[in-house]
Design a protein around this ligand. Sequence first.
Ligand SMILES: [Zn+2]
Ligand SMILES: [Zn+2]
Length: 405
Amino acid sequence: MSTLSLNHQCPQCGAPVELEETERVFACPFCAVRLFIHAHGPLQYYIKPRIHAPGTLIYVPYWRLRGTAYVLDSESMQHKILDSSLLASTSPCLPPSLGLRSQALRLHFVEPETPGYFLRPGFPSTVFKKKLLNAVPGLRPVHGPKLTSCVGDALSLVFLPVFQDQEITDGLTGALLGPACIAEADLCSSEAALHFISTLCPRCGWDLQGDTKSLVQACLHCDTVWEAQPHGCTAVEVRFLESKVTPTRYLPFWNLRFKATGFKLDTWADLIRLTYLPRVIQPWMESTPFSFRVPAFKIQPALFLRLSAQVSLYQPSISPRDTLPRVPLHPVTLPKEEGMDAVPVLLGKLAPTPKLLFPKIHHGRLAPLSATLDYIPFTEDTKEFLQPEMNMAIQKNALLWSTTL
Ligand SMILES: [Zn+2]
Ligand SMILES: [Zn+2]
């Protein structure tokens, strides 16, 4: 899969810096400043025009997703890795997708002060994902009941330049695309909410540490974990699972609470009754809330679901701790919102016979309540990370995926 690269001027020293779209901390090699890259919603990029043509320069929006579509029906679980883009407008005559343009050219962040006319997206990313899931190329069509999820490793808006006069001209190739079709009323100035946020610990002022691709950064001075918010960092609620072995690495999982309507899924007992899991309901299960747990890092699709199911069905013992462990915390590279999007298919995967689950959840829905981070301890040998309590092994090269994807 392709990773896009972009150029950005260092907000502190002004040097031009090249970075990958997957980076969440801007690290300037010239002045050494480190800043969280935070957008309220998907990141927005634009490509500068390469030609000049008569008319008004307009940036046209495309939704872009790199990730995985999952489709579960009563027969099987199918998945497909996607690298897709779609024109986020109904204007005729504009190219229907980005094609290879974004891969061949440098991208730039759309910032609140980026000049120019932007065509406002005609539909949100949720609709884009629905369109992708309606017809996933290469998957067996499903006619009966199904559960679907679309989990984006990268979800963004990419703006392409066109010039509109009597005709529309492609701002990259100079090709004539057709007669003018963009209404002036649909144009706006930049609506990007991009912020570069200090990575100094808000509590003690020390430098936060972590991989530049990680959405959370840790303060090893006051033992806290932080994520970017529009107006600064906020502390992330983290828990560390206990283990009888001394870990060499912690892998992060989103602990996701949902409110079900139309069916009951508050406690462990509710889960067992809903999915017909072959377990005896014990008293603690009637009172203990159930939460889903999905990897907070990118990993191969089949493994992503297997780990989600295995970890969600494990009732861990957790005791609060005052300090962060001094072994590596694996980077958090999957946003919590994308983890939440995996939950419908995960619920289906937890059911030994999905056919029995479908009628029970038919008219229901799940709404997210909260997301916290659970770090799970692993040891390692030359090839694998091992988790003894869950009897779980993960090939090391499967985790490489999470840093290269
Ligand atoms: Zn700099
Ligand atoms: Zn601190």
